[in-house]
Ligand binder design. Structure first.
Ligand code: SF4
Length: 341
């Protein structure tokens, strides 16, 4: 077993200083990192426990009417916070769709942003080929079991997907991630926080060495109840998404003023379905237009051997999620695990 040193950071500056040491990693709830360490996938030499840093575990309104959720807020607390439930129901739904109650009680918002793919070849070190775990080694999933893998934005080096539900809702809401590093603080739009694999699938995010996530900022709420998070998975709970859709709408009668649609389970990052949004914006919401929009969202999709079903599934899920967002009182989504329209 490799020796690991542990220290508890008292404040952000102390954590940043400690993180300059080679082999350092921050640990919050540990719900993903400890699994990765037990499996030998992550081998930090030094763990910096950030859970006792003050001020990062609060939810507060911003002067512009938005909301700041601290990086150390637990997923359960964020999901059930009154301001999140009332003003960003999409985000609350996405939190509650993730993992299990026990994991949500431990996992932090910052950790949720940092969780790594659940590709089985990444987790199993018996497989010699995984460009994400061992850069340059190849990708076992390309010729292996790839039913759960990407249909959008993949590269010949990696076809893994991002597993987060929360991040899909954040993508639809245009959230901003606030981070601090040795050279100061910066605001990273959520669409630029996670990466596509390209030639560097070992990098999941655009975080720089030693940077610490401080909070997630949400713009002022625009969508009211016209929002729905739909997660389609192999079982009703404690499973990662085959496909998920975060849909939020501004409606004027039956006309869509502004649509926000993001997909999960389909790419290396939460996937903003911009073509679908453009197909809907400024137009009456009809079944035909919604199907056109869903088709546009998947126009560039490319299937692997086992996951062609995801292309049709994603289109159906978009149709259903947007319909439910447009008509939140409808019983359409009473069972959002199956029976897609
Ligand atoms: Fe590794 Fe990515 Fe290939 Fe999975 S899909 S085996 S994570 S390189």
């Amino acid at each position: 077993m490799d020796p690991i040193s542990y220290e508890r950071a008292a404040d952000v500056n102390g954590a940043l200083r400690s993180a300059q040491e080679p082999g350092s990693m921050y640990i919050g709830g540990g719900t993903n990192l400890l699994d990765l360490m037990k499996g030998g996938v992550s081998r930090p030499m030094r763990l910096i426990d950030i859970t006792r840093i003050g001020g990062l575990d609060t939810v507060a309104t911003l002067p512009d009417g938005g909301l700041r959720i601290g990086a150390l807020v637990r997923n359960t607390d964020a999901a059930n916070h009154a301001l999140v439930r009332e003003r960003y129901p999409l985000l609350s739904q996405a939190f509650l769709a993730g993992a299990s109650p026990q994991l949500r009680n431990m996992a932090t918002v910052g950790g949720n942003l940092m969780q790594r793919t659940r590709c089985q070849y990444f987790y199993d070190t018996a497989f010699a080929q995984c460009n994400k775990r061992l850069p340059g080694s190849g990708c076992a999933a390309l010729e292996g079991l790839n039913r759960t893998h990407a249909i959008l934005g993949a590269s010949p080096q990696c076809i893994a997907v991002n597993p987060s539900d929360m991040s899909v809702a954040l993508a639809a809401l245009d959230a901003v991630v606030r981070v601090r590093g040795p050279s100061g603080e910066r605001a990273v739009p959520i669409g630029e926080f996670h990466r596509l694999p390209g030639a560097r699938p070992d990098l999941d995010t655009t975080l720089q060495m030693g940077e610490l996530i401080l909070a997630v900022d949400l713009p002022p709420p625009l969508f009211g109840d016209h929002a729905h998070y739909l997660k389609v998975r192999d079982r009703a709970s404690y499973a990662f998404a085959l496909v998920s859709v975060a849909a939020a709408l501004q409606m004027d009668g039956n006309t869509v003023k502004d649509a926000r649609i993001a997909l999960g389970g389909v790419a290396h990052k939460p996937w903003r379905a911009s073509a679908a949004e453009q197909a809907l914006n400024g137009r009456p919401l009809t079944d035909a237009r919604l199907r056109e929009a869903a088709s546009a969202a998947l126009a560039d999709a490319r299937a692997q051997r086992d996951n062609a079903f995801k292309i049709e599934l994603a289109q159906r899920a978009i149709v259903r999620a947007v319909k439910q967002a447009a008509n939140p009182a409808s019983p359409l989504a009473a069972d959002d695990a199956g029976g897609l329209a």
